[in-house]
Design a protein around this ligand. Structure first.
Ligand code: FAD
Length: 456
């Protein structure tokens, strides 16, 4: 039996209201849980902070002892962090404040909040945040890395909807940064991720969306080529920014927790969210609808329903993934996609998607942060469930195979939020942006205290 390491951190524990969790403690496993259960995080200790003062105390404590600080809210993108051996994993999941100002169309949330906790109350007021496909992803990591959701072509990246961020910087000071205060740091953190401090709260815009026309068209997996080509031709011909579409293939594993109509089955699916009415939405999608899907779930829904559309797993799973941003796609791109992920490919990946980009994602909005735009016409994301640890290599190989097949159309840049392994962070930004992000890192964190998933 392991002896708790808590005595090593007794002083830190006496200085904070939250909990210091070390190996041997009952909460050790749950406190360092990664969304990818294949990945084990082994920090010197986990500090589950109760408030911003705890964060400041922890930062001062770590700085004096040569320990690093790895900020984390949910662990959805924990895998890229190489080693936490000499780091305190600062989990902000207890910071659960949610305030919605309907009149001002603003939300204020603690940095442990997950998207469902904002999307649901906002939706009741006819408002939508720029949340992504999953209800359980954390607002903080998603927002600091970019944040591309169902309304992205109309309203851009969530990071540029941020109006204020509260964070504790390396000097142990709690700061509120916005368009008027510490504007350089506010620029850097909007795309530069957890490199600049531990975020305790975020404020951001919500968008008018009393109802959305959204749903999915389910086709047999075998029709992947026909459906994907039709979707691509529709998107390439130009759709309004009000609609964001995704085309993908699913191979659902035979798991008892899945609904019966999905478990063990494969499909080709086109999903969309449209900020408009049913008649116009159906009209826009008619070329795909006219292919005669086996099931059509489209209808007018509350914006919160968008969190269910992609059918992302809500709870931690064992998986491997790969991503690529695609530019100037042609019919050959779709052939390459179907060849790598469609019928006959041997792929068992649970989901391989092409998400339509462009629109507001390609336009720099006034006052935007470091992640001002995101290049590419499609975002490809391939993910497979790893049913047993020895299958990891094969599943990763399949996911990377799709990515490789799309190399000729590579957008020349990567998207931090979709990268689930350690990559050269220069690939995320243009040269000038990276240089400035580096300079600001040196200015605000001269000793390299913070250990982000994607280090700058
Ligand atoms: C099922 C699933 C669906 C997804 N869908 C989308 C999508 O539709 N669109 C999209 O853009 N992305 C999507 N993502 C990617 C997601 O945005 C990233 O995984 C994101 O980093 C998750 O943030 P988190 O806070 O939940 O994760 P965490 O692992 O907790 O955090 C990731 C990183 O963010 C930083 N960070 C987190 N909390 C703090 C804090 N309090 N202070 C400072 N830095 C912090 C740190 O650098 C940390 O390493 C999805 C991921 C999954 C697993």
């Amino acid at each position: 039996m392991l002896i708790s390491q808590s005595s090593r951190f007794a002083e830190l524990q006496s200085r904070i209201h939250g909990q210091v969790v070390t190996e041997g403690d009952e909460a050790w496993a749950s406190s360092r849980q990664s969304f990818n259960v294949l990945h084990e995080q082994r920090p010197a200790a986990v500090v589950r902070v109760a408030n911003a003062d705890d964060v400041a105390e922890t930062i001062r404590y770590a700085a004096q002892r040569g320990l690093r600080i790895a900020p984390q809210s949910t662990g959805h993108n924990a895998v890229p962090i190489d080693s936490l051996e000499d780091a305190l994993l600062v989990r902000t999941d207890a910071l659960q404040e949610v305030r919605i100002d309907v009149g001002a169309r603003r939300a204020r949330v603690g940095s442990g909040v997950r998207w469902a906790d904002v999307a649901d109350p906002a939706s009741e007021a006819g408002l939508a945040p720029l949340a992504g496909s999953s209800r359980t992803v954390g607002v903080t990591g998603y927002s600091l890395g970019g944040g591309m959701g169902w309304l992205a072509r109309k309203h851009g990246l969530q990071t540029n909807a941020l109006t204020a961020v509260e964070l504790v910087t390396a000097d142990g000071e709690l700061r509120r940064i916005d368009h008027d205060n510490e504007t350089d740091l506010f620029w850097a953190i909007r795309g530069g991720g957890g490199n600049y401090g531990v975020v305790t709260a975020l404020e951001f815009e919500l968008f008018e969306a009393p109802e959305v026309y959204a749903g999915a068209l389910f086709f047999p997996y075998e029709r992947a080529a026909e459906v994907m080509h039709t979707w691509h031709e529709l998107v390439a011909a130009g759709l309004p920014d009000e609609i964001t579409t995704v085309a993908r293939v699913y191979n659902f594993p035979p798991l008892p927790e899945l609904p019966e109509f999905l478990a063990g089955k494969s499909f080709t699916v086109v999903q969309a969210a449209y900020l408009g009415n049913e008649r116009d939405g159906a009209d826009l999608l008619s070329p795909v609808m006219e292919l005669g899907p086996d099931m059509n779930t489209f209808g007018m829904v509350d914006p919160a329903a968008l969190g269910h559309l992609a059918m992302d797993p809500p709870d931690p799973v064992p998986y491997a993934s790969s991503a690529r941003l695609v530019s100037n796609p042609t019919a050959a791109t779709i052939d390459a996609f179907v060849g790598a992920a469609g019928p006959g490919s041997g792929s068992q990946l649970v989901s391989v998607e092409l998400r339509s980009m462009g629109g507001a994602l390609a336009r720099r909005s006034p006052g935007a942060g470091a992640r001002a735009t995101l290049a590419g016409d499609y975002a490809m994301f391939a993910v497979g469930v790893v049913m047993s640890p020895d299958a990891y290599g094969e599943v990763l190989g399949q996911a990377e195979g799709v990515s490789k097949a799309l190399t000729p159309w590579d957008a020349g840049t990567r998207y931090a939020n979709f990268e689930e392994k350690s990559v050269d962070t220069r690939l995320f930004y243009d040269e000038d942006t990276f240089r400035l992000l580096r300079a600001l890192r040196t200015e605000w964190d001269p000793s390299g205290l913070f250990l982000a998933n994607h280090e700058i």
